[in-house]
Design a protein around this ligand. Sequence first.
Ligand code: TYC
Length: 109
Amino acid sequence: MTEREKGPAAPGRETGVATRTRPKTKKPTLYRVLLLNDDYTPMEFVVEVLVRIFNKTPEDAARIMLHVHQNGVGVCGVFTYEVAETKVAQVMDAARRAQHPLQCTMEKE
Ligand code: TYC
């Protein structure tokens, strides 16, 4: 009898290699990038940061800035670790250069 005519092996007597049924992808851990409110950074500067670094529209940027102004903290975006780290560094660098006390941090989602 050919392999094809025999049909499937009895349970426990299968030979060969198990095939992968799930795609081999791992979801990366994501990180929220947060802006913190302070009393001194100009609103316009925060909006510019959100447009330039987080690619927000001016409308979304103004909305996020006002949320942070009113609530103390707000999410600018959710990214993989290295992207989040880069965004935080870019914000902190822009704030330092402009001598504003704006703070930006990241946390695991
Ligand atoms: N509170 C600031 C002001 O009144 C504006 C501001 C908004 C600062 C958001 C920081 O993340 C911030 N000028």
